[in-house]
Design a protein around this ligand. Sequence first.
Ligand SMILES: [Zn+2]
Ligand SMILES: [Zn+2]
Length: 138
Amino acid sequence: MRDIEKVVKRFREAGLKITPQRLSIFNLLQRNRTHPSADDIYREVLKVHPSISFTTVYKTLQTLRDMGELQELSINPERSHFDPDMSEHAHTFCRSCKQIGDLEIAPETHLLKLPNVPDSFEVHSVQVHAVGLCGECR
Ligand SMILES: [Zn+2]
Ligand SMILES: [Zn+2]
């Protein structure tokens, strides 16, 4: 996710209103490394905006994802998690506590340059994750 001012500009250009609720969501996501689920974000925003609906939070996350400001991670079979870090990186997923961690990848490893992808196919994202048990759960 880029700077909040840039995200705000893109929302305005798309004809979307910037509400205090939406700004709170942007603020929560900026530089957030915890890979929160929509529910995690909803519960946090609720502390500041007690009348916000889950639908508002979810739709804002989907808009950010569609704009390419947010990655939706389909690692946890139970729910999606969101990652504002759009740089190419992999993840760890603990089966027990469901924590998602960041895994740096070597700069020479180009995850998006998969061999054998047909020329006619346009790749939007590639997700790589290691599933297992974290140090604490072992
Ligand atoms: Zn764990
Ligand atoms: Zn990540």
